[in-house]
Design a protein around this ligand. Structure first.
Ligand SMILES: [Fe+2]
Length: 479
């Protein structure tokens, strides 16, 4: 590969902490990534800071350069090249986070669901870039459906559903090569987690052994009517592994390390065994705000027997409870990132694909928060193709009422969902009261969360939704 060949995808700034970053890129053939760092915008003192392992076909020629020993709250200019020649200009910049538990005021963007329908799709990312500059956004949380592997008309596969590893890789290439998205992620660190469409629509395991997965019967039927092949209509473990390999290459490789890794088989693919305690969930902190990014998908079992049914899997539950107790007093603000909405059930929800399809676990989660008296909790969700804010209170210890919020942003670009706007209902079980939906917007949108630590004893958290109206982008007043 020539020294001046550009990256096929990236760069992406991932896994950022106060002292560490993962710079990610994907090439179109064998190569090695070189990361260059400078503290100066003109790049005059740029130095080679690290190299990736050789990029190989086994990982779709994707890789990361992990860099350590950075200074907290320091701005670095960087470039990611395939050759070892020092570039004249940086690709972008990033600012490291404050040391954990240090109270700092900051803002970040969030959203989900990008299914590009036009050649010049991705307008939303240009709008986020404007906000990044105006409001000093520190990172973006991308809460799932970063690709739509099953969107035959919009996935770049010429009217096919992704089946093989190369299919899934091509969908990432098609979706992530949009100029506005690439432009944004050069300068805005990203934290990602999958939802369903990274694999297939509303998919889940059929049994706890995780040998066969399934999609809703209406999808199978529509695909049969549409002349799809057997492979496109079914979801054996091999296809899930292909999708998760592509997920690893594009989203997990640059993320913070998982709290418990998923086991690998002899071919370095996830074996997804019943007893596996691992998942793709991870945690990170920005100053005095702690984040738990849930994996609501890979260990999800619908099951034929109620005892098999689970959304998170027992290993993730244990890790989550341990995290809650750990951050309870150390971090006044806690964000629980869940691709599927928890506090916005729909009375017309045939797929039962959200927490409302796993009511025992929803109650378990809310009871855990109530029982331990966890304060300062905000759920961050995607998936619904409409944005919303829901507030509620939990019955805490000694009769104390504990406020809890859900902020949702979806879609970046996908068909807005009026059903989700019109069929909201309150929860009818669990230790919850005073649940109110503050607003709902069915339009292309993204959210910005402002965390204000001006008074460290009483941090304020606000959620602002920016959405596309008929005459351009608008802002929903914060609640
Ligand atoms: Fe979606």
């Amino acid at each position: 590969m020539s020294k001046t060949t550009p990256l096929l995808l990236g760069p992406i700034i991932g896994g950022l902490t106060d002292t560490h970053v993962n710079l990610w890129g994907r090439a179109s053939g064998p190569a090695t990534l070189h990361a260059w760092l400078s503290r100066k915008a003109d790049f005059s003192d740029a130095k080679l800071a690290g190299r990736s392992l050789p990029l190989s076909a086994d990982d779709g020629f994707a890789g990361v350069v992990p860099l350590d020993e950075l200074n907290p709250e320091a701005t670095y200019f960087y470039a990611l090249t395939l050759g070892n020649e020092k570039p004249a200009k940086p690709d972008g910049r990033f600012t490291t986070f404050p040391a954990p538990a240090q109270p700092r005021t900051f803002s970040f963007a969030l959203g989900s669901c990008f299914r590009p329908e036009e050649k010049d799709s991705g307008e939303v990312f240009d709008v986020i870039e404007t906000r990044r500059q105006a409001e000093n956004l520190r990172f973006i949380l991308m809460i799932g459906d970063q690709i739509y592997a099953d969107a035959r008309k919009n996935n770049g596969l010429m009217n096919r559903i992704a089946v093989s590893k190369d299919d899934y890789r091509k969908v990432y290439e098609h979706t992530w090569s949009k100029r506005p998205l690439r432009g944004l992620l050069k300068n805005l660190p990203a934290f990602m987690i999958l939802d369903d469409h990274e694999v297939d629509d509303d998919w889940r395991w059929r049994d706890a052994e995780r040998r066969w997965a399934t999609i809703p019967p209406w999808d199978t039927f529509a695909r049969w009517l549409g002349g799809c092949s057997w492979q496109e209509r079914h979801l054996p473990v091999e296809r899930v592994r292909n999708a998760l390999q592509a997920y690893w290459e594009h989203q997990a490789m640059h993320a913070p390390p998982p709290i418990q890794t998923l086991g690998l088989d002899e071919n370095r693919q996830y074996h997804l065994r019943r007893e596996d305690k691992g998942s793709l969930a991870y945690t990170f902190e920005y100053g005095a705000a702690a984040f738990f990014v849930m994996d609501t998908r890979t260990m999800r079992v619908r099951g034929t027997h109620p005892s098999e049914k689970t959304m998170l899997g027992e290993g993730q539950w244990q890790a989550f409870e341990a995290w809650l107790l750990d951050v309870k007093d150390k971090y006044p603000v806690k964000f629980i990132v869940t691709s599927a909405s928890l506090l916005h059930p729909l009375w017309l929800d045939i797929a039962r694909d959200r927490w409302s399809g796993f009511q025992e676990e929803r109650t378990r989660l809310l009871s855990m928060l109530a029982l331990h008296g966890i304060e300062g909790v905000y759920f961050l969700a995607g998936d619904l193709h409409a944005a919303h804010v829901v507030s509620a209170e939990l019955y805490g210890p000694q009769g104390k009422r504990i406020p809890v919020w859900e902020f949702c942003s979806s879609p970046f670009e996908q068909k807005p969902n009026w059903v989700s706007k019109l069929t909201y209902t309150r929860l009818h079980s669990g230790p919850i009261t005073n649940q109110k939906r503050r607003f709902c917007v069915a339009a292309h949108n993204f959210g910005v969360v402002h965390v204000d630590f001006s008074n460290p004893q009483q941090p304020q958290v606000r959620f602002v939704v920016h959405y596309k109206g008929k005459k351009g982008w608008k802002t929903k007043p914060p609640v």
